[in-house]
Design a protein around this ligand. Sequence first.
Ligand SMILES: [Zn+2]
Length: 264
Amino acid sequence: MWIDSHCHLDASAFDRDRDEVVAEARAGGVEGIVNLPGHVAHFAAAQASRQRYGCFTGFGIHPMWVAGPAGRSTRDDLAVLRSWIERERPDLIGEIGLDFFVEDTDVLEQEWFFAEQLKLAREFDLPVSLHVRRSQDRILWHLRRIRVRGGFAHAFNGSLQQAEAFIDLGFCLGFGGTATFPRAHRIRALLRQIPLENIVVETDAPDMPPSFLGGMGAKIRNSPAYLPRIGAMLAEVRGVSSATLASATRDNVRRILCTPSREG
Ligand SMILES: [Zn+2]
């Protein structure tokens, strides 16, 4: 059985058939989904999905919703996030991070939101799900300054040295659709090199379509139901059976999300 460690189940792409998508994922061997709404306006929908489907749920403000093409958040949203954490006790904080790939963004504002959300994760002793794009070293700098209990570095795309630095800080690295492409040499090499106990698998659905859906430019919706097929491809790259990768990565998600907090 698999766990999808990074999914956006409340995206509008699933509005017409969310129940069917979750049922299909379950029938195919996906026992859990980590759902990350990414914006305060979507927290209520995520909480509903948590109740309806038993998703692991993260509340957080995504860097693309801070000051980028997707929208703008105001600093008041941080207080909204805090009240959701206090009231609903999410499983993690996320998706949070820094995205220096997009051009139309306010870097200082991203850094402010990221640091403040790390402080919330530390205060509530919650793991985090990180969005790391062209920002590995800067994120590591923040993580060394504001120590959290670890979590997931989603869609990891850094060097082996950077991967080891994240692992030292208590993180598992997320692999998904990108690693299904034969030309993704660096990511596939990482998937072979890092310890199995630090690997998780993810779809990032509805985004990050794997090779069998036609790739990054494709308009085809990714889905948590594709995780077993993506996982089988990743297992082949790693040189282990699908069952081995499924159980190891499921255990890794559970270790991160289900270890009782110090408050506990
Ligand atoms: Zn995401």
